[in-house]
Design a binder for this molecule. Structure first.
Ligand SMILES: [Zn+2]
Length: 491
């Protein structure tokens, strides 16, 4: 796989087909509310990164002037159409046309409430609520200023375009209606949902400024009135790379080569939550005495999750992650009962011998040559070991290590799944910041974009600890964790 390949181009273990890229027309309502602006910004942001799935995005031109926290890249008073055009040019991925009175072409995504549609879907985000539907959607309110519902609606709609293009036709059932409530995912409908955050003060740590972390930051940034502090850390020394841009919604080509945490913090700017970057791991040494009450884990390896749990022992931690087309949010703790960040996330310390041997047996001559070169073991020795299991000159542990390092395919990932995970993470941080009584219940919330309409999809489930977890099974660790937890709750 070369550096130009897009991370969402693989077939995800035979699940996806290449498909014919779609032209997508984003149609705007006559009066663009703040909620519609959030939804459109995120939707077009995601579509413009879906190279190979979308071949052209057409946006209705609008005279609307931005008067909201839409993106750190655009200031208030900017013409919305120009801001979107600048986004497309800074990404230089999928082309964009901004047209007045754009005629229906390809798949149409109609932003905001209105009558039923037959040429695509209606995309509506209102407060915490997201709906994508072919049916009519009534206007109950102007939708407020929150980004949660609008961003989730954008993810559902971009996900639907992806499904339409990349799922084999016999496995694709188009969405008729999907609704998500990003406050509590439908668990307590009578619950009051806050509409603004004036005076809400957060004290956060964010480990991992990758696709999910960046989406969480964009979401928090777009919330008017939030204050407090956040320490954000990322230890990827390569910084922002071109292959990140299919899903890092805050970054574009101008940021390639820069460090993730510092760049995100610079973009976040001043005036709301104060963001301090660490271009290194989120650990005690780098935190240097700062101790945020809540940890948002957006790291993408199990090793990193184990390191966070072992090293920081966070009293309150929420973890967001993606796996293929699934986004997940985990609420950790309490000790003895709920999961820690390491629970259910096994470390692949080595590839089991049988797997390594089968891999070597299936290698072509040139692959075997490469392995010979990187391991220093003769092809003959490797073959003998692969067939008989006899070690001789072969060190199986080292082979496992070399095989792991040489894994050809970097993890498959796509923007709308990462953003959805980041939105869930930001929403959870705010629920906790508002002292919501259910915010600390140990749950796992998984949204599977492959089956958006499946019953129970995206509904939180009670999540217990892993009885065999090597980290939180340790008595000393459990004691420290319990203390940190009560300290964090007292703050
Ligand atoms: Zn554990």
């Amino acid at each position: 796989m070369n550096g130009d390949t897009v991370r969402h181009s693989g077939d995800l273990g035979g699940l996806l087909v290449p498909g014919m890229p779609a032209t997508v027309t984003v149609r705007l309502p006559e009066r663009l509310t703040v909620a519609d602006t959030h939804a459109t910004w995120m939707l077009v942001n995601l579509l413009l990164r879906l190279k190979g799935v979308v071949d052209l995005v057409i946006l209705d031109a609008t005279d609307a002037i931005i008067d909201a926290r839409v993106s750190p890249h655009v200031s208030r008073g900017t013409l919305f159409s120009s801001a979107i055009a600048a986004l497309a040019s800074n990404l230089s991925a999928v082309p964009l046309e901004v047209r007045r009175g754009a005629r229906s072409r390809g798949i149409n995504l109609h932003i905001g409430p209105g009558p039923a549609v037959t040429d695509g879907w209606r995309v509506v985000g209102r407060d915490w609520q997201a709906t994508v539907s072919t049916a009519a959607i009534g206007a109950t309110s102007d939708g407020g200023t929150l980004p949660f519902g609008p961003y989730a609606a954008a993810c559902l709609a971009a996900g639907e375009i992806f499904r339409a293009v990349r799922l084999p036709p016999d496995r694709y059932t188009p969405i008729s209606t999907v609704s998500v409530d990003t406050w509590d995912y439908g668990l307590a409908v009578e619950h009051q949902r806050p509409q603004s955050f004036d005076g809400v003060e957060l004290c956060l740590g964010l480990a991992g400024v990758g696709a999910v972390g960046v989406a969480a930051l964009q979401t928090l940034w777009a919330c008017d009135g939030l204050t407090g502090s956040a320490v954000i850390a990322d230890n990827d020394m390569e910084g922002i790379e071109k292959t990140n841009l299919n899903r890092y919604v805050l970054f574009d080509e101008r940021h390639i080569g820069l460090s993730k945490a510092t760049t995100a913090s610079t973009l976040y700017g001043a005036g709301q939550v104060v963001v301090e970057p660490i271009d290194g791991p989120y650990d005690l040494a780098h935190l240097a005495g700062r101790c945020p009450a809540v940890l948002l884990s957006a790291v993408d390896t199990n090793e990193a999750r184990h390191d966070l749990q072992r090293g920081i022992v966070p009293g309150v931690a929420f973890g967001a992650s993606t796996e293929g087309l699934r986004a997940e949010l985990v609420v950790t703790g309490p000790p003895d009962d709920g999961p820690c960040l390491a629970c259910h996330n096994k470390l692949l310390l080595g590839i089991p011998d049988e797997v390594s041997r089968a891999t070597v047996r299936s290698m072509s001559a040139s692959e075997l040559n490469k392995l010979t070169a990187s391991s220093g073991i003769s092809a003959q020795g490797l073959k003998l070991w692969a067939q008989t299991g006899r070690c001789g000159t072969v060190n199986p542990e080292m082979i496992g290590h070399v095989l792991r390092e040489n894994e050809a395919e970097p993890a498959w990932s796509v923007g709308f799944v990462s953003v959805y995970a980041g939105v869930m993470l930001a929403a959870q941080a705010i629920r906790h910041g508002l002292d919501d009584e259910f915010a600390l219940e140990s749950t796992s919330t998984q949204f599977q974009f492959r089956f958006p309409q499946a019953e129970g999809n995206g509904i939180p489930q009670i999540y217990r600890r892993d009885a065999e977890c090597g980290v939180c099974s340790n008595e000393m660790h459990r004691m420290v964790w319990a203390k940190h937890r009560s300290d964090a709750r007292a703050q």
